[in-house]
Design a protein around this ligand. Structure first.
Ligand code: DGY
Length: 328
Protein backbone atom coordinates (compact mmCIF):
# COMPACT_ATOMS: atom_id res chain seq x y z
CA UNK A 1 0.00 0.00 0.00
CA UNK A 2 1.48 3.38 -0.94
CA UNK A 3 2.51 5.46 2.03
CA UNK A 4 0.44 8.56 2.67
CA UNK A 5 2.15 11.69 1.38
CA UNK A 6 3.41 14.16 3.95
CA UNK A 7 1.37 17.27 4.28
CA UNK A 8 3.60 20.31 3.72
CA UNK A 9 2.69 23.99 4.13
CA UNK A 10 4.84 26.65 2.45
CA UNK A 11 4.52 30.16 3.89
CA UNK A 12 5.75 32.27 0.94
CA UNK A 13 5.83 32.05 -2.85
CA UNK A 14 8.91 30.13 -4.01
CA UNK A 15 10.43 29.93 -7.51
CA UNK A 16 8.06 28.07 -9.83
CA UNK A 17 10.40 25.12 -10.35
CA UNK A 18 10.56 24.58 -6.60
CA UNK A 19 6.81 24.82 -6.11
CA UNK A 20 6.23 22.37 -8.98
CA UNK A 21 8.63 19.79 -7.54
CA UNK A 22 7.18 20.16 -4.05
CA UNK A 23 3.70 19.54 -5.49
CA UNK A 24 4.88 16.40 -7.27
CA UNK A 25 6.36 14.93 -4.12
CA UNK A 26 4.14 16.01 -1.27
CA UNK A 27 0.61 16.95 -0.37
CA UNK A 28 1.61 20.59 -0.46
CA UNK A 29 -0.26 23.76 0.35
CA UNK A 30 1.26 26.72 -1.50
CA UNK A 31 0.55 30.37 -1.02
CA UNK A 32 -1.27 32.41 -3.66
CA UNK A 33 -0.10 35.82 -2.58
CA UNK A 34 3.37 36.64 -1.34
CA UNK A 35 2.64 38.48 1.88
CA UNK A 36 3.99 36.94 5.08
CA UNK A 37 1.38 34.92 6.97
CA UNK A 38 -0.11 36.52 10.06
CA UNK A 39 0.70 34.85 13.37
CA UNK A 40 -2.77 33.30 13.41
CA UNK A 41 -2.39 31.96 9.87
CA UNK A 42 1.00 30.56 10.76
CA UNK A 43 -0.33 28.84 13.89
CA UNK A 44 -3.22 27.34 11.91
CA UNK A 45 -0.86 26.18 9.16
CA UNK A 46 1.42 24.54 11.70
CA UNK A 47 -1.47 22.76 13.42
CA UNK A 48 -2.63 21.22 10.16
CA UNK A 49 0.62 19.98 8.61
CA UNK A 50 3.44 17.48 9.12
CA UNK A 51 6.01 19.86 7.72
CA UNK A 52 6.24 23.65 7.61
CA UNK A 53 8.45 25.42 5.07
CA UNK A 54 8.90 28.92 6.50
CA UNK A 55 11.26 31.72 5.60
CA UNK A 56 13.07 34.35 7.63
CA UNK A 57 9.92 36.50 7.60
CA UNK A 58 8.07 34.00 9.83
CA UNK A 59 8.76 34.42 13.53
CA UNK A 60 8.44 31.00 15.11
CA UNK A 61 8.92 31.58 18.82
CA UNK A 62 8.08 29.54 21.92
CA UNK A 63 4.61 31.13 22.16
CA UNK A 64 3.73 30.05 18.65
CA UNK A 65 5.22 26.59 19.08
CA UNK A 66 3.06 26.13 22.19
CA UNK A 67 -0.06 26.53 20.02
CA UNK A 68 0.72 24.06 17.26
CA UNK A 69 -0.43 20.74 18.70
CA UNK A 70 1.11 17.35 17.98
CA UNK A 71 1.10 16.99 14.22
CA UNK A 72 3.99 19.16 13.09
CA UNK A 73 7.24 17.16 12.98
CA UNK A 74 9.62 19.18 10.80
CA UNK A 75 10.31 22.85 10.15
CA UNK A 76 12.26 22.79 6.88
CA UNK A 77 13.38 26.40 6.71
CA UNK A 78 13.84 27.93 3.26
CA UNK A 79 17.02 29.81 4.13
CA UNK A 80 20.30 29.43 5.98
CA UNK A 81 19.71 31.72 8.97
CA UNK A 82 17.44 30.29 11.67
CA UNK A 83 17.44 33.21 14.09
CA UNK A 84 13.67 33.59 13.53
CA UNK A 85 13.03 30.08 14.91
CA UNK A 86 13.27 29.01 18.53
CA UNK A 87 15.19 25.86 17.67
CA UNK A 88 15.63 24.74 21.30
CA UNK A 89 11.90 24.91 22.05
CA UNK A 90 11.08 23.16 18.78
CA UNK A 91 13.44 20.36 19.75
CA UNK A 92 11.88 20.04 23.20
CA UNK A 93 8.53 19.62 21.48
CA UNK A 94 9.93 16.91 19.20
CA UNK A 95 9.98 19.12 16.10
CA UNK A 96 13.12 18.96 13.95
CA UNK A 97 14.48 22.07 12.24
CA UNK A 98 16.52 22.07 9.03
CA UNK A 99 17.96 24.87 6.90
CA UNK A 100 19.70 25.41 3.55
CA UNK A 101 23.38 26.13 4.16
CA UNK A 102 26.04 26.30 1.46
CA UNK A 103 23.95 27.18 -1.58
CA UNK A 104 23.77 30.92 -0.87
CA UNK A 105 27.39 31.34 0.16
CA UNK A 106 28.80 32.60 -3.15
CA UNK A 107 25.87 34.84 -3.97
CA UNK A 108 26.02 36.50 -0.54
CA UNK A 109 29.79 36.89 -0.76
CA UNK A 110 29.41 38.47 -4.22
CA UNK A 111 26.96 40.97 -2.78
CA UNK A 112 29.32 41.74 0.08
CA UNK A 113 32.02 42.66 -2.43
CA UNK A 114 29.47 44.67 -4.40
CA UNK A 115 28.69 46.70 -1.26
CA UNK A 116 32.37 47.21 -0.44
CA UNK A 117 32.96 48.50 -3.96
CA UNK A 118 29.76 50.52 -4.05
CA UNK A 119 30.66 52.41 -0.87
CA UNK A 120 34.39 52.87 -1.45
CA UNK A 121 34.00 53.76 -5.14
CA UNK A 122 30.84 55.83 -4.68
CA UNK A 123 28.88 53.92 -7.30
CA UNK A 124 25.38 55.08 -6.22
CA UNK A 125 26.51 58.72 -6.33
CA UNK A 126 27.78 58.22 -9.89
CA UNK A 127 24.56 56.48 -10.85
CA UNK A 128 22.54 59.36 -9.39
CA UNK A 129 24.49 61.89 -11.47
CA UNK A 130 23.69 59.92 -14.63
CA UNK A 131 20.04 59.40 -13.72
CA UNK A 132 19.59 63.11 -13.05
CA UNK A 133 21.31 63.83 -16.38
CA UNK A 134 23.83 66.06 -14.59
CA UNK A 135 27.07 64.66 -16.00
CA UNK A 136 29.15 67.39 -17.60
CA UNK A 137 32.11 65.18 -18.54
CA UNK A 138 35.24 63.66 -17.04
CA UNK A 139 37.00 65.72 -14.40
CA UNK A 140 40.25 64.96 -12.54
CA UNK A 141 38.70 65.45 -9.13
CA UNK A 142 35.13 64.27 -9.65
CA UNK A 143 33.68 61.49 -7.47
CA UNK A 144 36.99 60.38 -6.07
CA UNK A 145 36.69 57.27 -4.00
CA UNK A 146 39.26 55.05 -2.35
CA UNK A 147 41.21 52.14 -3.87
CA UNK A 148 40.20 48.80 -2.35
CA UNK A 149 43.52 47.12 -3.21
CA UNK A 150 45.85 47.21 -0.21
CA UNK A 151 43.08 47.98 2.28
CA UNK A 152 42.67 45.90 5.39
CA UNK A 153 39.44 43.94 5.49
CA UNK A 154 38.30 42.66 8.89
CA UNK A 155 35.78 39.85 8.56
CA UNK A 156 33.57 39.35 11.54
CA UNK A 157 32.48 35.70 11.40
CA UNK A 158 34.64 33.39 9.32
CA UNK A 159 32.17 30.65 8.44
CA UNK A 160 31.34 29.64 4.88
CA UNK A 161 30.30 33.13 3.79
CA UNK A 162 33.13 34.92 5.60
CA UNK A 163 35.64 32.65 3.88
CA UNK A 164 34.00 33.20 0.49
CA UNK A 165 34.27 36.96 1.08
CA UNK A 166 37.95 36.50 1.96
CA UNK A 167 38.65 34.64 -1.31
CA UNK A 168 37.05 37.39 -3.35
CA UNK A 169 38.66 40.22 -1.40
CA UNK A 170 42.09 38.60 -1.86
CA UNK A 171 41.55 38.74 -5.60
CA UNK A 172 40.90 42.47 -5.24
CA UNK A 173 44.22 42.84 -3.42
CA UNK A 174 42.76 43.41 0.04
CA UNK A 175 44.55 42.19 3.17
CA UNK A 176 42.44 39.67 5.03
CA UNK A 177 41.92 39.75 8.79
CA UNK A 178 39.24 37.99 10.77
CA UNK A 179 37.67 37.43 14.15
CA UNK A 180 35.73 34.27 14.81
CA UNK A 181 34.54 32.19 17.75
CA UNK A 182 37.08 29.57 16.72
CA UNK A 183 40.34 30.12 14.93
CA UNK A 184 40.50 28.47 11.48
CA UNK A 185 42.82 25.56 10.82
CA UNK A 186 46.32 26.77 9.86
CA UNK A 187 46.04 25.41 6.30
CA UNK A 188 42.83 27.40 5.71
CA UNK A 189 44.39 30.54 7.17
CA UNK A 190 47.35 30.01 4.89
CA UNK A 191 45.24 29.54 1.77
CA UNK A 192 43.23 32.67 2.52
CA UNK A 193 46.32 34.54 3.74
CA UNK A 194 44.14 35.51 6.68
CA UNK A 195 45.31 36.95 9.99
CA UNK A 196 43.35 35.90 13.07
CA UNK A 197 42.53 38.42 15.79
CA UNK A 198 41.49 36.99 19.11
CA UNK A 199 40.51 40.48 20.23
CA UNK A 200 37.66 41.88 18.20
CA UNK A 201 38.30 45.35 19.63
CA UNK A 202 41.90 45.35 18.48
CA UNK A 203 40.95 44.14 15.02
CA UNK A 204 38.22 46.75 14.58
CA UNK A 205 40.60 49.59 15.48
CA UNK A 206 43.01 48.65 12.71
CA UNK A 207 40.73 47.85 9.77
CA UNK A 208 39.77 49.94 6.76
CA UNK A 209 36.69 47.86 6.00
CA UNK A 210 34.66 45.68 8.40
CA UNK A 211 32.42 42.99 6.92
CA UNK A 212 29.79 41.45 9.19
CA UNK A 213 29.32 37.79 8.29
CA UNK A 214 28.37 36.15 11.56
CA UNK A 215 24.87 34.81 12.27
CA UNK A 216 22.46 36.56 14.59
CA UNK A 217 22.46 34.82 17.97
CA UNK A 218 22.04 36.17 21.50
CA UNK A 219 25.82 36.47 21.73
CA UNK A 220 26.20 38.44 18.49
CA UNK A 221 23.35 40.88 19.23
CA UNK A 222 24.87 44.40 18.94
CA UNK A 223 28.34 42.92 18.70
CA UNK A 224 29.04 46.14 16.81
CA UNK A 225 27.66 48.38 19.55
CA UNK A 226 28.38 52.08 20.01
CA UNK A 227 31.58 51.39 21.93
CA UNK A 228 32.99 49.13 19.21
CA UNK A 229 31.82 51.35 16.36
CA UNK A 230 33.77 54.16 18.04
CA UNK A 231 36.90 52.05 17.75
CA UNK A 232 36.68 52.15 13.95
CA UNK A 233 39.00 54.47 12.04
CA UNK A 234 37.19 57.62 10.87
CA UNK A 235 38.09 56.51 7.33
CA UNK A 236 36.62 53.07 7.98
CA UNK A 237 33.66 51.52 6.22
CA UNK A 238 31.34 48.78 7.46
CA UNK A 239 29.24 46.39 5.38
CA UNK A 240 26.63 43.92 6.60
CA UNK A 241 25.06 41.12 4.54
CA UNK A 242 24.28 38.93 7.55
CA UNK A 243 21.69 40.15 10.03
CA UNK A 244 20.89 43.70 11.10
CA UNK A 245 20.78 42.88 14.81
CA UNK A 246 24.57 42.47 14.89
CA UNK A 247 25.01 46.26 14.50
CA UNK A 248 23.48 48.93 16.71
CA UNK A 249 21.82 50.72 13.79
CA UNK A 250 21.07 53.96 15.63
CA UNK A 251 24.65 54.24 16.87
CA UNK A 252 25.95 53.54 13.37
CA UNK A 253 23.66 56.19 11.89
CA UNK A 254 24.80 58.77 14.45
CA UNK A 255 28.46 58.07 13.80
CA UNK A 256 28.20 58.22 10.04
CA UNK A 257 26.30 61.50 10.34
CA UNK A 258 28.97 62.94 12.60
CA UNK A 259 31.80 61.75 10.35
CA UNK A 260 33.22 59.28 12.88
CA UNK A 261 32.73 56.47 10.34
CA UNK A 262 33.27 57.05 6.62
CA UNK A 263 30.47 54.92 5.19
CA UNK A 264 28.36 51.78 5.28
CA UNK A 265 26.86 49.24 2.92
CA UNK A 266 23.88 47.46 4.40
CA UNK A 267 21.69 44.66 3.06
CA UNK A 268 20.02 43.95 6.41
CA UNK A 269 18.55 46.08 9.19
CA UNK A 270 18.06 45.82 12.90
CA UNK A 271 14.27 46.24 12.71
CA UNK A 272 13.54 44.51 9.40
CA UNK A 273 11.84 46.84 6.96
CA UNK A 274 11.79 49.69 9.53
CA UNK A 275 15.08 51.20 8.37
CA UNK A 276 16.34 54.22 10.30
CA UNK A 277 15.11 57.05 7.99
CA UNK A 278 18.27 59.08 8.61
CA UNK A 279 20.35 56.31 7.02
CA UNK A 280 18.50 56.82 3.75
CA UNK A 281 19.58 60.44 3.58
CA UNK A 282 23.32 59.75 3.71
CA UNK A 283 25.28 59.78 0.43
CA UNK A 284 28.03 57.57 1.85
CA UNK A 285 25.59 54.82 2.82
CA UNK A 286 24.44 52.18 0.33
CA UNK A 287 21.25 50.40 1.29
CA UNK A 288 19.88 47.24 -0.31
CA UNK A 289 16.65 45.37 0.46
CA UNK A 290 18.09 42.09 1.83
CA UNK A 291 19.01 40.72 -1.58
CA UNK A 292 22.37 39.09 -0.80
CA UNK A 293 21.18 35.63 -1.81
CA UNK A 294 18.75 36.82 -4.47
CA UNK A 295 19.78 34.89 -7.57
CA UNK A 296 17.41 32.54 -9.37
CA UNK A 297 20.03 29.79 -9.24
CA UNK A 298 20.53 30.20 -5.51
CA UNK A 299 16.84 30.31 -4.73
CA UNK A 300 16.23 27.13 -6.75
CA UNK A 301 19.11 25.40 -4.97
CA UNK A 302 17.65 26.49 -1.64
CA UNK A 303 14.39 24.83 -2.71
CA UNK A 304 16.25 21.66 -3.69
CA UNK A 305 17.81 21.57 -0.24
CA UNK A 306 14.42 21.97 1.40
CA UNK A 307 13.09 19.08 -0.69
CA UNK A 308 16.03 16.81 0.19
CA UNK A 309 15.56 17.62 3.87
CA UNK A 310 11.85 16.77 3.74
CA UNK A 311 12.34 13.62 1.65
CA UNK A 312 15.07 12.30 3.91
CA UNK A 313 12.86 12.97 6.90
CA UNK A 314 9.92 11.23 5.17
CA UNK A 315 12.16 8.20 4.62
CA UNK A 316 12.75 7.97 8.36
CA UNK A 317 16.20 9.59 8.56
CA UNK A 318 17.60 12.78 10.00
CA UNK A 319 17.45 15.63 7.46
CA UNK A 320 21.00 16.28 6.19
CA UNK A 321 20.77 19.94 7.17
CA UNK A 322 19.25 19.45 10.59
CA UNK A 323 19.99 22.37 12.90
CA UNK A 324 20.60 21.49 16.52
CA UNK A 325 20.73 24.10 19.29
CA UNK A 326 24.40 23.31 20.05
CA UNK A 327 25.31 24.57 16.55
CA UNK A 328 23.93 28.01 17.28
C1 DGY B 1 19.20 33.39 4.72
O1 DGY B 1 18.94 32.39 4.06
O2 DGY B 1 19.23 33.37 5.94
C2 DGY B 1 19.51 34.63 3.98
O3 DGY B 1 19.64 35.71 4.82
C3 DGY B 1 18.49 34.89 2.90
O4 DGY B 1 19.06 35.83 2.06
Amino acid sequence: MPRERLSVVVTRRLPEAVETRLSELFDVRLRDDDTPMTREELAAAMRGADVLVPTLTDKIDAGLLAQVGERLRLIANYGAGVDHIDVATARQRGILVSNTPGVLTDDTADMTMALILAVTRRIPEGLAVMQRNEWTGWAPTALLGGRVGGRRLGILGMGRIGQAVARRARAFGMQIHYHNRRRLRPEIEETLEATYWESLDQMIARMDVISVNCPSTPSTFHLMNARRLKLMKPTGVIVNTSRGEVIDENALTRMIRSGEIAGAGLDVYEHGTQVNPRLRELPNVVLLPHMGSATLEGRIEMGEKVIINIKTFADGHRPPDQVVPAML
